[in-house]
Write a protein that binds this ligand. Structure first.
Ligand SMILES: [Zn+2]
Length: 184
């Protein structure tokens, strides 16, 4: 996708997700100010001048394959509630992207995977702000279905010509298209 399709301004991202209302250093109300090349959240206290850099969230996801089928999850939460997607979730400090993908797959489906490759890296913007999705390819090596009622309403293995609908997320749709085209 072209960059001009991404439309959130810094102020929108700040308002929607992570913009500090008060300075975390000195508690002064933060303001929007043009510094370091774009509008950012800045502490106007001249003795502080804390600048907030609002980073994209990092998500890992995995396309877990078993033979000619792919493991997918039916979502219980927005965004994409009621739609199907690959296991995945937000990275936390102290784990690698690969460990995150393996952990999320286990939590959401009960299955153990090995990471077998990198499919692509995607960027998105939505009402939560901006994010990067690291999409791995994986192989199911063990485990059995364990539904996590908080995160997954159902899980299933699907062949390319019997995929469930609807599919959530552009990263998932594009990865499935690549799989269908024989590129994965
Ligand atoms: Zn401050």
């Amino acid at each position: 996708m072209a960059n001009e399709e991404f439309s959130l301004t810094t102020a929108q991202v700040a308002a929607q997700r992570q913009g500090y209302k008060y300075c975390p250093q000195c508690r002064t109300p933060m303001v929007d100010k043009f510094v370091f090349g774009r509008t950012r959240r800045v502490c106007p206290n001249e003795e502080c001048h804390f600048v907030q850099f609002i980073d994209p969230k990092l998500t890992t996801a995995v396309m877990p394959l078993k033979g000619d089928k792919v493991l997918m999850v039916k979502r219980t939460m927005e965004p994409g509630r009621g739609s199907w997607c690959f296991p995945g979730g937000f990275m936390e400090t102290g784990e690698t992207p690969q460990q995150c993908a393996i952990r999320e797959c286990k939590e959401e489906t009960g299955f153990d995977i090995e990471i077998t490759g990198l499919i692509d890296v995607f960027y998105y913007e939505d009402y939560r702000g901006s994010g990067v999705v690291i999409m791995f390819k994986g192989e199911v090596v063990g485990g059995e279905v364990v539904l996590n009622p908080v995160e997954s309403e159902a899980v299933g293995f699907f062949a390319i010509d019997e995929l469930p609908e609807p599919i959530a997320f552009e990263s998932n749709i594009q990865s499935l298209a690549a799989w269908r085209a024989g590129k994965i």
